[in-house]
Design a protein around this ligand. Structure first.
Ligand SMILES: [Zn+2]
Length: 485
């Protein structure tokens, strides 16, 4: 028997570019999402137009609440589950050395790692994140706990063990030999990735190849991992790493990568061109299942190469603010044709709730000063006021695209799997009163857009009352649909 979820529906229909999101924004103030027993969307529309064949199905009335597609977080760090707002006394590399590497080393303890896995999935459920691309722990037992917990709870997850074969003394517990790195990546894929195409179509969890970043590995490691990735690429294995995050001159991440590898661009190291002078030395990791985190300081050539290979960017504005990394140039990146999804980068970021990342995204780009005259943006618009539909797109459908799952999730198109969240303003008085008390424009399109904008910018986790994957409501480890509920 099917189920109708009744509430205020918003989603980005079809398969638009981000610049077309406003034209594809769909809103039903009294809407219905009809989901069958297998969790597939049968129909989405206005409550009064529900087709007669669904007239006598079970109705879950989320009266006064919003129904949005499940949020997709395309960059976060499992072994940093308890690292939010760690004080490193500097920027990226100081923070890694003084806070992050020591904390991640604690996952060597199985009990600690198991508790972290339970907490991690609890946090995703509580934040309405139905799918996440997750940098994994260096320790295989910790990855097993994470995948087991994701499978048991029925949440989508892509993860892979974080590979480091070189690094400072503070990372010594996380560093493995090149042989061990390759063995562990292969073993994780064979154990947790759905290699069979039929199984893959039903599966919610997948594996990624995850070198921490170019400075954590060597040319030999990149060449060996490239062979592994190439072997499993057609089986839908993912790739993710960091790119062009910190641009501090001389000792920062980007200059250090270029000095170490003697390459023209940082991206070359992930594109098989990691030999001096950007000569080819191995297989490329780029492609439609590859996600580069940050991409704040890219050259035109790097952006063009990502667009050409359909590699996506995980944009992490909250983390970039925290670590002083700057801001991914929105107009240039969009104009280059690269898909931009949102990422928390937790624990570099300190937010789990995707709308809060979209909130930061709006603020940094309206404050961003970029060259004028970049297509498709108006020549006289120096800063950028992102449309609420563009924000919703970035937190939902763009994430599905980044994970090559747009045919299965990301919006409420008929035939997709029903991943959605319920946001109930009455669970947070300030949010509720603002929605009720604000001026509502007479123009229905303006009223629609302003409502969505307020929902994205003002909502907090405490207003989230349900996280559904494939039509099934997820629970936290304590059995609550949300922590504290
Ligand atoms: Zn990161």
């Amino acid at each position: 028997m099917a189920t109708i979820h009744r509430g205020h529906v918003f989603h980005i229909a079809g398969s638009p570019l981000v610049t077309q999101a406003a034209e594809h924004l769909v809103a039903f103030p009294d809407g219905a999402l009809v989901v069958d027993d297998a969790g597939i969307i049968l129909w989405c529309g206005d409550w009064k137009d529900v087709p007669v064949e669904h007239a006598d199905v079970k109705v879950v009335d989320h009266h006064g609440a919003f129904i949005l597609p499940g949020f997709i977080d395309t960059h976060m760090h499992f072994p940093q589950v308890w690292c939010g707002d760690s004080y490193g006394g500097g920027q990226l590399l100081e923070w890694l050395n003084s806070c992050i590497f020591p904390s991640e080393s604690k996952f060597e303890d199985p009990d600690y790692a198991h508790n972290a896995a339970v907490e991690w999935i609890d946090r995703l459920v509580t934040a309405g994140t139905t799918n996440a691309l997750v940098f994994g722990s260096a320790f295989p037992h910790a990855q097993d706990f994470l995948f087991e917990e994701a499978r048991n709870r029925g949440i989508r997850l892509v993860s892979g063990t974080g590979i480091q074969t070189v690094g400072p003394e503070s990372a010594s517990r996380l560093i493995v030999s090149e042989e061990t790195a390759v063995e562990r990546v292969r073993a994780e894929i064979e154990k947790w990735h759905p290699l069979d195409p039929e199984v893959r179509r039903q599966s919610l969890q997948s594996v990624a190849v995850v070198p921490r970043f170019s400075l954590s590995v060597t040319r030999t490691t990149l060449a060996a991992l490239g062979e592994v990735y190439d072997h499993y690429r057609d089986a839908g294995v993912y790739f993710t790493s960091h790119l062009n995050e910190n641009a501090r001159t001389g000792t920062g991440e980007i200059d250090s990568v270029k000095a170490e590898y003697q390459v023209t661009d940082y991206l070359d190291t992930y594109d098989g061109r990691f030999m001096p002078g950007s000569q080819v030395g191995g297989k490329s990791f780029l492609g439609p299942r590859s996600v580069m985190a940050h991409a704040v300081h890219c050259s035109d050539a790097e952006l063009a190469r990502m667009a050409e290979t359909k590699t996506s960017i995980a944009h992490c504005p909250v983390s970039q603010l925290f670590l002083g990394s700057g801001t991914m140039p929105w107009k240039r990146t969009v104009a280059a044709g690269v898909n931009i999804a949102i990422g928390s980068d937790f624990g570099g970021g300190d937010e789990w709730f995707v709308p809060q990342m979209l909130n930061a995204c709006f603020k940094v780009h309206i404050s961003e000063r970029t060259p004028v005259g970049i297509d498709p943006y108006p020549v006289d618009d120096e800063s950028l006021s992102l449309h609420p539909a563009e924000l919703l797109f970035t937190g939902t459908l763009a994430g599905a695209r980044a994970l090559d799952l747009e045919d299965r999730t990301g919006n409420f198109d008929v035939g997709k799997e029903a991943d959605f969240v319920i946001i109930d303003p009455t669970k947070w008085e300030m949010f509720d009163k603002t929605l009720k008390g604000r001026h509502v424009p007479e123009d229905p399109i303006k009223a629609r857009d302003e409502c969505l904008f307020t929902v994205i910018m003002l909502a907090r986790e405490k207003a989230l009352t349900g996280t559904y994957v494939r039509g099934r409501k997820l629970e936290t480890s304590t059995g609550a649909s949300r922590i504290g509920a």
